[in-house]
Ligand binder design. Sequence first.
Ligand code: NAD
Length: 476
Amino acid sequence: MTANEMLHVNEMLHVVNPATGEPITTLPAASADDVAKAAERARQVCDAGVWSRLHVRERGAVLLRLADLMERDAEILARLDSEDAGKPITECRTGDVPGAIESIRWFAEAADKVFGRLAPSGPDGLGLMSREPVGVVAAILPWNYPLAMTAWKAGPALAAGNCLLVKPAEATPRSALHLAALAAEAGLPDGVLTILPGYGREAGAALARDPLVGALSFTGSTATGRRILKAAAESNFKRVSLEMGGKSPQVLMADALCYGDELIDNMIEAAFLTMGQNCTAGSRVLVHHSIAEEVLERFTAAAKELVIGDPADPRTRMGPLINHAAFERVAGAVEAARAGGARIHTGGLPHGLPARGAYYPPTVITGAPEGSDVLTRELFGPVVTVETFISEDEAVRRANATEYGLAASVWTRDLDAALRLARVIEAGVVSVNAYSEGDITTPFGGWKQSGFGGVEKSTNAFDQWTREKTVWIRTR
Ligand code: NAD
């Protein structure tokens, strides 16, 4: 479907630079009808077998060419995400884009190394178990890691032989569109990867209800995840995997300061990467009371040093929030905490920041009232609370006192304590002595209200995009 074919009837999608408020581009937004037509077309392409029945190594070769083309266009891709999402260009160059390329390349190489199984049956039969592509599948994406999230889904979905429909977030459609153009250049058959820029309430909702979509992988907020699950239940029971929000703890045991500046640098990255608009943001620091004063002082000082400014400037560490609604949400929660008796060590209401764009400074809070939004809600902004604990049990209780369970980090040189904590903290990923989501070989997915139904990264990611089949062969 070309942009021109959609022009007459569609609502428009306005892509705006969050740093300047200036329009970048206007695109026709995919309607529910466009989604239905794209799913129909994908079904035909699937049935024709031009991709699903292509030898797995040939599929891999196309995806490897795509990864090479992404390398060629790495700077273009970095700029698209930086401009659309207001992300610092250095983050896009060093994190998002290399991570996206790695995802496409790794899944291209992994596709022909995933084997089926043979059942331990008796002499009368042979049970062969294999994983087969689902067929038409879909991904609905957030705006905070536009290219990286597209690649996390497209890598395994395409390598497994599916036809994929992608709905990028309203604010950030351009890197996914560029990726699709590169995929065509790499030789991906027409109709195997379709990007549907559009609004969630229209195009996203249509994908979630579409009867031809067999699996849908969603990354975004918990509220939207709930709607998608309901739409799947009310339509064709498509398989749904949900990657949602978080309120992740950073647990610092009494000896954590032995890691010195490395600890503080990691805490800063955990808290303020992508201006805290990061699903695994370490937005709750839990620190042993004996080192709390020094940690707070050093962490606050480092937060004050972060360069806030134009995302296009390579020195910038903090750009604007995605929009003014996000600013209101973050500022409202911080002011409510202050009114409730919390102390703001740095940040809070912005002064002296760029006049345009929803800039909000890195903010460090102690003494937040029990149950306040800064302690319990995913604010999706550069706001960190610092709480103290006395015993390990108290640290665990506080760490788990959230409806989310996406990530956590633990800092200690005591191996026993690290392992004890890593095992009892309720989160899909616990990093020890680092802020990390692991690497491409390790599964990434949430517990509790952070998600379920499948993981990203690692060979386990193929499970989202394939169905298990048993073939029983009588051998008597
Ligand atoms: P969001 O839920 O508002 O939107 C996500 C996507 O869902 C968008 O493409 C949107 O258009 C679409 N959508 C909205 N309403 C819909 C509906 N009714 N039906 C179908 N689709 C609909 O989230 P966001 O603000 O774009 O992203 C921020 C959220 O994403 C945060 O909660 C963050 O934690 C989460 N996130 C999670 C991960 C993870 O891997 N767990 C990664 C990145 C972001």
